[in-house]
Structure formats: structure tokens, C-alpha cells
Design a protein around this ligand. Structure first.
Ligand code: SAM
Ligand code: SF4
Length: 336
């Protein structure tokens, strides 16, 4: 097969990974992600499913090998399975290595079989607690049993599951061992994430939520034998293995350890803005390029121009007990 063109940024990083938010809407209102009374975007502002396909395919034609669909909650977007089915043609042709999604799990009981059938092999599911009441509190609108059913549906469909847990002070600190054991029992990978200053979250205070993963790792080491691992997923996570369970545990630490040097990704928002970095405001409006041009030449040129401006790293910082590097946009808009 002829080599595909490649997207190389100014710091010699090859951009092979595109994350796409397909909607800013969600059936949950997690307290660290949204305020309870979120104003969602008008539907006409969102890229249509056809536009999403066109822009993703353009990236794939320029060397993107991994596509992650996210949101908001991707599985609440109407007819999203049509998009998944259509874009999976790139898996079948071999130009895409992986098609995957990040989901809150609430709709997986409906879609897991179909997702497996079109070639999705792994998914990330976000779950911060195994306690029903705490789950209702942190998601405001979610039901734990529905998510647990969704997780089982994914496993039964043969999809490998990774659980993403946002580390939250005074919330899930005392559940660390339970979460580890539960993931080990179900043979699921587990990754912890530091809470990032993305978007206005109403009355909640970021610093009240922030539990540094350096502390979390010390707590983990009280119960488990933590072995450093050199495993890489090509992304920002660092991994350890727990000797007792041989389980892989990841840490995404944008605050305590800036991971930007290995960044291989860019993000497309549900309205077609291309963000070269999650933690910077620079973006390029690909929706306009898409809507103004029927051919893909301008689109591909615009993608290359954006990658040529990818910054070195984000600017999040909570040191000195204040939040700096705060982003005005929500994670659900940009796609976490
Ligand atoms: N709704 C899906 C879900 O929850 O998995 C996908 C979108 S959600 C924005 C993607 C991930 O971002 C989730 O794992 C969520 O926990 C995480 N997230 C949301 N807001 C965050 C924040 N302020 N800091 C760190 N992670 C956040
Ligand atoms: Fe929805 Fe995911 Fe944000 Fe929770 S983290 S409100 S599930 S988009």
C-alpha cells in the first residue's frame, strides 16, 4: 500500500489521533463537567453526520490512524449508529487502526452488540464511584444500575473495557481499593484522571474537587504492590501494574505532570472547530471550510495549516492554590 501523507506538527510530533465530539448534549450532568442548567448549542450549529464523516475521512486520508468519538454523550446523538457504521469502512479498508469511543455507559445496553459488530474492540467508560447514592450525586441525573448493565453488555459483546475515574477529593478517595478490585474481577483496565479547569461548572469549586494523582498513587501503594511499567498507549497516560492482580492502572496527570511532549492528537468540536490542544484557546473553524467548499482540497489544506500551528503544550496550573489556565469551553463541547 502506498504511504499516506502525514501530519507533522512544529515540534516533530506526528498527529495520528483525532478525537471528535459529536454532540455537546448529555443525559448526565456530572458536577465537574457541567452546571445543572446547561445551555446547549442550537442543533443547526452542530456538524451533520455527513459533515462529521467528511471531516473524519479527510483526517484519515492524511494519516490519522485512530479515531475516538466522544462528546457530550456520543450515544445520545440521534442516528449516531449510522455514523459509526459508515466511518467503520476505514477500518475494513485498513487505513484506520482503531475506531473507539468514550461514553458514560448509559446507552450501552442498547448499542454494545452493534458497536462490536462494526469492529469496535475497546471502549472507555467513565465511572467515578460504585456507590448508587454517590453516583446519583456526582452525575446529578444518572442511574448506576443502568451503567453497570451497559458495562456488562459491552463485555458480553466482546469489547474490551477501560474504566476512567476522575479523582475527586472527599468523594472517591475511600473507594480506591474497591474500584481496583472490581476492575480486576471484570478484567477491565483502569485509568485515573486529574480534574481539569474546563468550563463554568456553576457553584462548584475546582480546587475543592482536585485530588492530585501523586497523592492517589501513595494511597494505592498502601494496599497494593505498585510496579512501574514502561507500557505506552501513544497517549498521555503513564501506567503501573499491580503485582497482586497483574492489572494495568493508568494515570492522566495534566496538572502534576505535564504530558504534552508525547501528544499525538487534535480535537474536533461538535461545531467543527479544530483545537490543536485541549488546554489552549487556538482553534480553526473547519465547519466554514466544509460548508464553503464541496471538494476536499481546501479542507485538507486547512487541516495542514492548523497542525502547523499546534502549540507545545497546555497552560493548566493549580499551583499557588489558584486555578490558572482555565478554559472557558466545557469538556463536553471539545470532547474529553
Ligand atoms: N460523556 C462521555 C463520558 O462521560 O465518558 C464522554 C465525554 S466526557 C466529557 C469525557 C471524559 O471527560 C470523561 O471521562 C469525564 O469524566 C472527563 N471529564 C469531564 N470533565 C472533566 C474535567 N473538568 N476534568 C477532567 N476530566 C473531565
Ligand atoms: Fe456527560 Fe460525560 Fe460530562 Fe458526565 S462527563 S456530564 S457523562 S459529558
Amino acid at each position: 500500500m502506498k504511504d499516506l501523507p502525514r501530519l507533522i506538527d512544529p515540534f516533530a510530533r506526528a498527529i495520528t489521533y483525532l478525537r471528535v465530539s459529536v454532540t455537546d448534549r448529555c443525559d448526565f450532568r456530572c458536577v465537574y463537567c457541567m452546571s445543572e442548567n446547561m445551555n446547549f448549542l442550537p442543533k443547526a450549529d452542530l456538524l451533520t453526520l455527513e459533515e462529521l464523516d467528511r471531516v473524519c475521512s479527510a483526517f484519515i486520508s492524511q494519516g490519522v490512524r485512530k479515531l475516538r468519538i466522544t462528546g457530550g454523550e456520543p450515544l445520545v446523538r440521534r442516528d449516531i449508529m449510522d455514523f459509526f457504521t459508515s466511518i467503520s469502512r476505514h477500518l475494513k479498508s485498513g487505513v484506520l487502526d482503531e475506531l473507539t469511543l468514550t461514553t458514560n455507559g448509559s446507552q450501552l445496553h442498547r448499542f454494545a452488540d452493534q458497536l462490536a459488530k462494526i469492529g469496535i474492540k475497546r471502549i472507555n467508560i467513565s465511572l467515578d464511584t460504585l456507590d448508587q447514592e454517590k453516583f446519583a450525586k456526582i452525575t446529578r441525573w444518572g442511574r448506576l444500575t443502568q451503567v453497570l448493565d451497559g458495562i456488562d453488555a459491552a463485555i458480553n459483546a466482546g469489547i474490551r473495557v477501560k474504566i476512567n475515574v476522575v479523582a475527586l477529593k472527599n468523594f472517591n478517595e475511600n473507594e480506591l481499593d474497591n474500584l481496583v478490585k472490581w476492575c480486576a474481577q471484570k478484567d477491565m483496565d483502569l485509568t485515573f484522571i486529574e480534574v481539569m479547569p474546563m468550563g463554568d461548572i456553576g457553584n462548584e469549586n475546582r480546587l475543592d474537587q482536585y485530588w492530585p494523582l501523586s497523592d492517589l498513587q501513595k494511597t494505592l501503594a498502601k494496599t497494593w504492590t505498585v510496579i512501574d511499567s514502561r507500557e505506552q498507549s501513544g497517549g498521555p497516560a503513564r501506567y503501573v501494574r499491580l503485582a497482586e492482580t497483574n492489572q494495568k492502572v493508568g494515570f492522566i496527570t495534566p496538572l502534576t505532570h505535564n504530558f504534552c511532549e508525547s501528544c499525538n492528537r487534535v480535537r474536533l468540536t461538535c461545531t467543527g472547530e479544530l483545537y490543536q490542544c485541549l488546554g489552549q484557546e487556538d482553534q480553526l473553524d473547519l465547519r466554514k471550510v466544509l460548508r464553503d467548499n464541496v471538494d476536499n482540497k481546501s479542507l485538507i489544506n486547512a487541516i495542514h495549516a492548523a497542525i502547523a500551528k499546534k502549540p507545545k503544550g497546555h497552560a493548566f496550573d493549580y499551583s499557588r492554590q489558584q486555578v490558572s489556565g482555565q478554559m472557558s469551553r466545557h469538556m463536553s463541547h471539545t470532547g474529553g
